[in-house]
Design a protein around this ligand. Structure first.
Ligand SMILES: Cc1cc2nc3c(=O)[nH]c(=O)nc-3n(C[C@H](O)[C@H](O)[C@H](O)COP(=O)(O)OP(=O)(O)OC[C@H]3O[C@@H](n4cnc5c(N)ncnc54)[C@H](O)[C@@H]3O)c2cc1C
Length: 525
């Protein structure tokens, strides 16, 4: 630790007694977020290479500003921290310094029912925020799978998308006002909708320009009714065409999720079976990418006997020869089973929602879809936050799993799907679903898994997968980050995506953070 950082920490300990920690457990707990590359090392028993020098818990915007000004005087790096659920290494303090955890700033400041707007402090956990609004008859409409372990500020910092973004928009579409402390410790109150819209420069900057301490977003009345159904389409292309037509004819489902053949195959047996009135343990595991998670979890030695042994061997074989398995899946699955599962859900005021559901059914049937009834839709809705809690064992077994969320316009979507699949297939077992669909385009959420012979081999494969996948996305002209942010993992691909425009971002950084203390090393700066 630099002597000046030492002085700064001593000063902050005096100023905020009991709210600054330099203890090894705290420093180690805050050294990582949920970037799977970091988890490969953690599973191998490595201590995190870059813990922060100290963790500090401010309780107000003024305190945040004071901390930033003090850190600027000593040139100490600052990493803003929400809940550490980021999956791109964005909250990792790679140059040490201060980690500023905002979770003690979690108040509902104001709910203005007539304006349809709510103001919360940035450190409130997503689920708590939604609960506070629900108690008063409102919803934010923002439901990321990580809602229980991510914060409002983290959503804004990473341009997060909830599962119902097709209806309610992404977080950047909801935000109206921000309180923001820049890298000089100056406090700004920024309003959306003016020219230029300065709020949109801060949203998505992942702590590289400053710290969001409070924000006002649009809220809506709770929906009267939710109507979710499943549909089967013979192929990905037919399902995508149906979604595009729905959206371009101005129908606004809350959720649309089309699973490709392999993803549908892994989900199918559970999702298509009729509602049984009770939930098995396996039902509870269906959600975002977790079909693969649960399937991979069979790698771990929980089962005994021939069947468990056979499954383990099959998974190991799939992970060691992903090229063959991907090719087999691509060639056989479209013919061998029932095609692709599409979940479509509408919600809102009853009469409109029922009318939209009917209109969508006509369109989907016309596009070749087969109605599977409400079962698959309702099951998805009920289990939409379930993640596989057995994944850490998968990492312990030397395997890893991760997701890549790229997006583009409708005309290039199938090309993007094919390009990323082809690029990643030789190295990892890969599947995808299409969600977060809009009138102009859609996001593709790839889930991939692989296994390394050693920890170094696993990291080498992990890096190769991301290089190949994102280079393919760049070639097609897609965005490399629809909603997980950039952090460390996608930083090398920023210049390729943004070209000369990176100089605008750098200029902004120079003005707002002249000492370069804010989240250094992130986002390709
Ligand atoms: C199981 C799982 C499911 C997920 N599902 C989704 C999903 O459906 N949709 C989605 O969008 N994402 C999802 N994510 C990713 C993650 O939850 C989001 O990126 C989320 O926005 C991060 O919030 P956080 O509070 O945990 O931020 P952190 O991880 O703490 O930080 C993320 C970045 O923002 C910066 N930051 C945090 N707070 C502030 C602040 N107040 N001011 C300035 N900068 C700040 C950090 O420095 C870091 O760079 C998922 C992650 C997991 C593990």
């Amino acid at each position: 630790m630099l002597a000046r950082t030492d002085e700064l920490i001593a000063e902050l300990c005096g100023r905020f007694p009991g709210r600054v920690s330099t203890t090894p457990p705290d420093r180690s707990a805050y050294a990582r977020d949920l970037w799977p590359r970091g988890l490969i090392g953690a599973a191998a028993g490595d201590a995190a290479p870059h813990p922060p020098d100290a963790v500090v818990w401010p309780t107000s915007t003024d305190e945040v500003a004071e901390i930033v000004r003090a850190a600027q005087r000593t040139g100490t790096p600052i990493v803003p921290y929400g809940a550490g659920s980021g999956v791109c290494g964005g909250a990792m303090p790679i140059r040490g310094g201060l980690l500023v955890d905002l979770k003690r700033m979690r108040r509902l400041v104001e709910l203005d029912a007539r304006a349809g707007a709510a103001t919360f402090e940035a450190g409130v956990l997503g689920e708590h925020l939604e609960h506070e609004l629900n108690r008063r008859g409102f919803t934010l409409g923002h439901f990321p799978s990580s809602i229980m372990c991510s914060t409002y500020g983290g959503w804004l910092a990473a341009r997060s998308a909830g599962q119902l973004s097709t209806k309610y928009g992404k977080i950047e579409d909801m935000v109206r006002r921000l309180t923001f402390v820049d890298g000089r410790g100056q406090i700004h109150e920024l309003e959306s909708g003016g020219s230029p819209d300065l709020v949109q420069l801060v949203v998505g900057s992942e702590g590289t320009l400053g710290i969001i301490t409070q924000a006002t977003c649009t809220v809506r009345p709770l929906p009267d009714v939710r109507l979710y159904r499943g549909w089967a389409f013979p192929r990905v292309a037919a399902g995508l065409e149906a979604i595009r037509r729905l959206l371009q004819r101005n129908l606004r489902p809350a959720a649309v999720r089309l699973y490709d053949e392999l993803d549908s195959f892994l989900h199918r047996s559970e999702k298509e079976k009729p509602h049984e009135g009770h939930e098995s343990e396996h039902d509870a595991a269906q959600s975002e990418g977790s079909a693969l998670g649960e399937w991979l979890a069979m790698l771990t030695p929980s089962g005994r006997g021939l069947l468990a042994d056979w499954k383990k061997r099959a998974i190991n074989a799939a992970l060691s020869r992903p090229d063959l398995v991907n090719r087999f899946a691509g060639a056989v699955l479209p013919y061998a089973q029932n095609g692709c599962l599409l979940v479509v859900g509408f919600e809102g005021e009853r009469t409109t929602t029922e009318a939209e559901t009917l209109a969508a059914a006509v369109e989907l049937e016309r596009a070749g879809g087969r109605d599977l009834g409400p079962g698959p839709g309702e099951r998805w809705l009920a289990h939409r936050y379930a993640v596989s809690f057995r994944m850490s064992k998968v990492f312990d077994a030397g395997a890893f799993v991760d997701t890549m969320e790229v997006a583009t316009t409708w005309d290039r979507l199938l090309e993007l799907y094919a390009a990323v699949r082809q690029a990643v297939s030789p190295i990892a077992f890969v599947m995808a679903h299409f969600s977060h669909a809009y009138a102009d385009g859609c996001s593709i959420y790839f889930t991939f898994a692989a296994k390394g012979a050693t920890r170094v081999d696993a990291e080498r494969k992990y890096d190769a997968i991301w290089r190949a996948g994102l280079a393919a996305a760049n070639r097609v002209g897609a965005t490399i980050s629809h909603h997980h942010g950039v952090g460390l993992s996608k930083a090398p691909f920023m210049p390729e995506e943004h070209g000369e425009a990176m100089s605008i971002y750098r200029a902004l950084k120079d003005v707002l953070d002249p000492s370069s203390i804010m989240n250094p090393g992130k986002m390709g700066l």
